[in-house]
Design a protein around this ligand. Sequence first.
Ligand code: SF4
Length: 359
Amino acid sequence: MKYNDVRRNTRKVNVGSLTLGGDSPILIQSMTNTDPHDAEAIITQIKALKACGCDIVRITVPDLEAAEIITQIKSEVDIPLVADIHFDYKIAIRSAELGIDKIRINPGNIGDETKIKAVCDVCKERNIPIRIGVNSGSLEKSILKKYGSPTPEALAESALYNVSLLEKFGFYDIVISIKASDPKAMIEANRIVANKCDYPLHLGVTEAGSKEIGSIKSAVGIGSLLCDGIGDTIRVSLTDDPVEEISSAKKILGAVGIEGQSGLQIVSCPTCGRTKIDLISLVADFETAVKLNGLTDVPIKVAIMGCAVNGPGEAREADIGVAGGIGEAILFKKGEIIRKIPENTIVNTLIDEIKKYKN
Ligand code: SF4
């Protein structure tokens, strides 16, 4: 899929050195979970996230003391940072003064208009965008009363209400996120908002759960919207090491097939009575070898198929493929049969071919 052919037309918002929205790549985000006052721990985690492919990192800034370490963090990492702030506009202003690249705050919960204007003014002056983060667990009381529960319409109304509070002061460098733990509600709310404005959207299913179920819920929520061309940045929220979120996010982009961002894609059959090789071990060994050789980001499709019945079709469609026979496999490259290779050399042969493709 050429994502930009179906992509929702949004305005562009700069976040540090990166651009979000328009025809820019879909950016992957995560959030640190270390002590917000421990600069060294935050820096270590940010570096780990960046090393595995995170584009933007959000940090919790619960008080002014935590804001004061932004300068140190910024001096030691090279990735745009978002300050996650609730309720206190002074923390937002101080974070902006200290060089944060984006602020996540809901103007509806920081007080009167003078406070909202003060945040808008400092962000405008420093070209810092604001992400409005609507969450099903923290809707405005009046909106909750009107709808009775955090329905998609309620979530969308809250987002647009918060947008209006910034627009009132001529602030338009806005990114919107609407998250819910129910993927269906999150999908529907984002669709409503996508039709009503041109601000970039940050997608995520919140409180999605542990790695396996959280990744599945996120794939449903984020993936559905991306397939419709909606979404400019994503975060997979997992009850796990944040590094795992990046791996899941990349897999979602890969499954959606967004050009240039899919990384290495493995196509492998489910095995059946016709399977001629130990496909389950083979695919597991191949995945491990891909990681060990640092090849996960190579934009290549590799098919590993179990027999010569349906296998050759998929193997031909991939950039590189194998279709298993008894103790051997046929190697395909760009649709052409190259040669037969022994079963015990399949993993190494595929890795060598990927390295050649990469170079
Ligand atoms: Fe079975 Fe062959 Fe299909 Fe694999 S490719 S599931 S072995 S028929």
